[in-house]
Design a protein around this ligand. Structure first.
Ligand SMILES: [Zn+2]
Length: 135
């Protein structure tokens, strides 16, 4: 049996600050205060799904890679200015986007290092094989 209640009566999994946990394979767990269960999703899809309202406007932007930072024909900025999308809502979107970006960059860095290590190993094995053949 798993004990999940601490002596002080607080649930062990009660989260006091928001955190991102990277799961091998590219998934990200976002643990938010007030959110009882962990939300697991693939980073970019998750952003779109959690902010379906922001995303719906983003589809209307003139540029597919619009950053909604003042580009011409930006439907997200229009929606904010027109009062259709609350500014705070967009700010939360931005914040999560930055967090995901940060985790993704860290993941890419880790992948790059692993790849470099792998190739080093391959070269080392090749050298050993060549030396063996040379005998
Ligand atoms: Zn835009």
């Amino acid at each position: 049996m798993v004990r999940d209640i601490r002596a002080d009566g607080k649930g062990r999994h009660t989260t006091t600050s928001r955190q991102l946990v990277l799961i091998p394979g590219g998934a990200v767990v976002i643990d938010t205060p007030g959110l009882r269960e962990l939300t697991l999703w693939h980073a970019e899809d998750g952003l779109d799904r959690s902010f379906a309202d922001v995303d719906a406007f983003a589809w209307e932007c003139a540029f597919r890679d619009c950053h909604h930072a003042g580009e011409p024909g930006c439907a997200v900025r229009d929606a904010i200015e027109g009062g259709d999308l609350p500014e705070e809502r967009f700010a939360s979107y931005r914040k999560l986007e930055r967090e995901i970006d940060f985790v993704a960059r860290r993941r890419d860095k880790a992948l790059e290092l692993a790849e470099r290590k792998r190739w080093k190993q391959i070269h080392k094995q090749n050298r050993e094989r060549m030396r063996f053949r040379g005998r």
